[in-house]
Structure formats: structure tokens, C-alpha cells
Design a protein around this ligand. Structure first.
Ligand SMILES: NC(=O)c1ccc[n+]([C@@H]2O[C@H](COP(=O)([O-])OP(=O)(O)OC[C@H]3O[C@@H](n4cnc5c(N)ncnc54)[C@H](O)[C@@H]3O)[C@@H](O)[C@H]2O)c1
Length: 332
């Protein structure tokens, strides 16, 4: 059986999730890591027993590298993905797919033209509560979905921004809490709700205005074509990282994700449907758990030449929603 060669570009905070996931896969070998910071690249290469590079152009012509993971700042996703797809690689990019819609459309075009896979990391879709929520909507077991609520109250302090050259700036991050942190929850809301009819929203910088030029807080009302209404609130200005809260109200019951446990409220009774195996102290440990499953699934699709389901077309939907909230906020 063919062994698939992998490379990861960007050896920063999310790098380990990808490297560890690859290490668990049969028939996949991490061959190269790339980072403009030579020390980071060398350290990662030492740890995972592969080659280190400081320029991704050096891996473009490597015939033994089939799949490249993009773990780089937002402003680099489009340029790198297009070059890699044009070089015949499959690309799995971290979210957001890109910093703006025209760049994302160019990525989709490159994937289609080169018949390459372009996967986007929305790992929260693999979380058990997310899967159960989606199944409940599709099965109709609780009747139709009526409305939803998504709440993200996290903390990103001054150092998170000042220690990074790219976060907190429109030019390199492309936005703040919306495009970076809450895009996962917005992705789930749009995945659950379907096609969107209208978005009303606003963004502000409540606490970090001396540190960042982008927003730290946002809210929105999203109305779907099926008349489902979603309320969304997200902020990086809380003092801790609280677990994400999601509520889905159906005709015959309510599903509630609170402190990473999923509850069903029906006919006056509360039932615990799911609780995580490990004690989870904050939301950060939770957002990581889907990476392994998503990465394994991506490779299963690449190996069997099937289209990965969170592809460019799917990955762009959350970015569209983010942009709709920015547009609504600026044109209110
Ligand atoms: N899915 C998730 O839950 C999740 C969580 C965290 C981060 N992310 C995403 O992962 C991506 C990276 O975020 P991060 O927090 O790891 O950032 P980071 O700043 O910690 O790491 C980025 C790395 O990219 C390197 N880099 C910069 N320019 C480069 C270039 N031209 N070539 C090669 N390497 C280059 C930097 O030196 C750095 O090591 C972002 O898209 C972010 O939104 C996703």
C-alpha cells in the first residue's frame, strides 16, 4: 500500500495537534516541517524525525510529499494553498480558509483546476455533542428546529497579541474574535441552520482597544431560509476561557451544551446525553479533541480519492458569515 508523505508549514501553537495526529496514522509519514523561524523548524524536525525547511517553496517539487498542512497565520493561507495545489499537493488548512472571500474563491478554483483536495479544519464538527445535534435536526426526532443560541466567552490577553507579529491586525489576522476564535461556533450554527437569509450584527473592541485594531467582541442575529433564528455572542474580553454554550430549541424539546456536557430537556425532564471522559477545565482543551478525528478522516478521503466533506466550498461558509457580520456592523 502506498505510504502518504506529509508536511506541516508553521510550527507554532497549533502545530503539535497536527504532528501528533499524523504520528498516529498508519500509512502516513511526516517528512518535512517548515517555519521561517529556523529554530522552531529545527526543534520540530528533531522531535518528529523529519526534515526542516525555512521556505515552503523548497517542498513544492518534492514528489514524496502528497499532503501539506497549513498552520500559518491567516494572511498566508491563500497564497500558500494555491502554490501547493498548483504543485499537485493536497492541502489541509487551519481555519479560517482565508482572510477574505476573494482569496478563498481563488483557493477553490485552484483546488478544482488541479483536482486537489482542499480541507479546512473545523474540528468541532467532530465533537460528539455537535454530531448528536446535527443528527437530531436531520432525524426530526424532536420536531423542527425553531431557534439556536451560541455563546463564546473567552480570554485572550495582551500578551497573546503582543507576542505575535500577526494577531490583532486587519492586514494579517483579517479580524479579531470573529474570524479567529468564534468562527468555530459560527460554523456550527450555519452547519445546523442551513442556508442563511439575513444577518444583523455588530462588533466592538470593548477591552483591548489599546492593544489590537480588530474587534474583541461581537454579536449577531442570524435568520436562516427555513426561518430558524440564531442569536450569537462572542468575546475575547472575559477573564477565563469558559466552555462554549450552545442551545438548540426544537418543537418538542431542547438540546443544551453546557460545560461540554450535552443535555436534553423534554416534557419537564432533564437527561444528560453526553459528558466528556476527561475533566475539562477550560474550552481550549475541548477545541483540540476533534483534530485527530478530522485529520484521520481527511487522509481516509485522500487515500480513497473521495472528496473530503469539509472542503473549500464548505469551509468558506463560516467565512461568509463572519464577513456578513462585519458588513452589517459597518453599514448599520
Ligand atoms: N483549529 C483550531 O482550533 C485552532 C487553534 C489555534 C490556531 N488555529 C489556526 O492555526 C493557524 C496558526 O495559528 P497559531 O496559533 O499556531 O499561530 P502561531 O503564530 O503560534 O504559529 C504560526 C507559525 O507560522 C510561522 N510562520 C509565519 N510565517 C511563515 C512563513 N511564511 N512560512 C512558514 N512559517 C511561517 C511562524 O513562525 C509561527 O511559528 C491560524 O490559522 C489559526 O487560526 C486553529
Amino acid at each position: 500500500m502506498k505510504e502518504f508523505g506529509a508536511a506541516i508549514i508553521g510550527c507554532g501553537s497549533i502545530f503539535t495537534k497536527h504532528a501528533e495526529a499524523i504520528a498516529t496514522l498508519k500509512g502516513v509519514k511526516l517528512l518535512a516541517v517548515v517555519d521561517t523561524d529556523a529554530n522552531k523548524a529545527a526543534e520540530a524536525a528533531r522531535e518528529y524525525g523529519c526534515q526542516a525547511f525555512t521556505d515552503y517553496n523548497e517542498i513544492l517539487n518534492r514528489q514524496d510529499i502528497d499532503v501539506v498542512h497549513l498552520c500559518t497565520p491567516h494572511y498566508l493561507h491563500a497564497e500558500m494553498a494555491i502554490d501547493l495545489l498548483n504543485a499537485g499537493k493536497h492541502v489541509l488548512t487551519e481555519k479560517p480558509i482565508a482572510m477574505n472571500l476573494p482569496s478563498a474563491w481563488r483557493m477553490l478554483e485552484a483546488a478544482e483546476r488541479n483536482k486537489g483536495q482542499l480541507g479546512v479544519v473545523f474540528q468541532n464538527r467532530y465533537n460528539e455533542p455537535s454530531v448528536r445535534m446535527k443528527e437530531t435536526i436531520e432525524s426530526g426526532i424532536l420536531g423542527s428546529l425553531i431557534c439556536m443560541k451560541g455563546i463564546v466567552t473567552w480570554n485572550r490577553n495582551d500578551a497573546y497579541y503582543t507576542n505575535s507579529g500577526w494577531r490583532g491586525k486587519w492586514e494579517t489576522e483579517g479580524g479579531g474574535v470573529l474570524i479567529n476564535q468564534t468562527i468555530h461556533t459560527l460554523d456550527l450554527l450555519q452547519w445546523f441552520g442551513g442556508d442563511i437569509a439575513s444577518v444583523q450584527g455588530s462588533v466592538t473592541t470593548d477591552v483591548l482597544s489599546d492593544v489590537i485594531e480588530v474587534e474583541d467582541t461581537a454579536h449577531a442575529v442570524i435568520v436562516f431560509r427555513n426561518n430558524v433564528r440564531a442569536l450569537f455572542y462572542g468575546t475575547n474580553a472575559y477573564l477565563v476561557n469558559s466552555p462554549v454554550e450552545l442551545e438548540l430549541v426544537f418543537e418538542q424539546g431542547t438540546l443544551l451544551l453546557r460545560r461540554n456536557c450535552l443535555y436534553l430537556f423534554k416534557e419537564g425532564k432533564e437527561t444528560l446525553l453526553f459528558e466528556p471522559f476527561t475533566t475539562i477545565t477550560n474550552s481550549k482543551s475541548y477545541w483540540g479533541t476533534g483534530h485527530n478525528r478530522l485529520i484521520e478522516d481527511f487522509y481516509e478521503h485522500v487515500k480513497s480519492d473521495r472528496d473530503f466533506w469539509i472542503n473549500g466550498t464548505e469551509g468558506i461558509k463560516a467565512l461568509q458569515l463572519v464577513m456578513d457580520i462585519y458588513n452589517s456592523s459597518s453599514t448599520r
